[in-house]
Write a protein that binds this ligand. Structure first.
Ligand SMILES: [Zn+2]
Length: 164
């Protein structure tokens, strides 16, 4: 019995060590913009660069009023980029009318968004942000259309549309 416990604890130690070894390179690979100059811009500089409503959303995680964004009615072909750093986030063909009053997309460019749990409203939502400048974009929900079933609910003031 004693031998068995020693064996079990040694095994969990080894498992922990293995996870630690794996975690390092994976995190490094995901955060490809860790050394980006966009990460070194401070709040004062962002405040100068951005319109006030965009600053409040991108840098302070504010949410714009629903049905306030002209981008709700943007249906031309093109790309939606981060207003902070111009990283392409969404293609126009991924946009759909969710009826929520915010520009909505069912998918995003690979590795363009970082995500984290957000409990600000007292329950868990998944916040997402520009992977490069870390500017807050919106929240992603699982009530979207096919093929992903996802709804990226984006603040219009956090993105800019570039016609193709
Ligand atoms: Zn950005």
């Amino acid at each position: 019995m004693k031998d068995l416990m020693i064996y079990a604890s040694r095994r969990s130690m080894l498992a922990g060590a293995a996870m630690f070894v794996i975690a390092g390179p994976v995190i490094g690979a995901v955060d490809r913009y860790a050394m980006s100059p966009w990460r070194r811009i401070g709040d004062d500089e962002w405040r100068r660069r951005l319109p006030a409503p965009s600053f409040r959303v991108l840098r302070q995680q504010d949410t714009e009023l629903p049905f306030s964004s002209p981008l709700n009615k943007e249906h031309r072909a093109g790309t939606f980029v981060c207003l902070g750093c111009d990283l392409p986030l969404f293609k126009s063909q991924w946009k759909y009318d969710s009826g929520t009053g915010w520009p909505s997309f069912y998918t995003a460019f690979n590795d363009a968004l970082g995500k984290k749990a957000d409990f600000a409203l007292g329950y868990e939502r998944t916040e997402y942000h520009c992977a490069r400048c870390l500017g807050h974009q919106g929240h992603v929900f699982d009530d979207g259309p096919k093929p992903t079933g996802l709804r990226y609910c984006n603040n219009g003031v956090a993105i800019r549309f570039l016609a193709a």
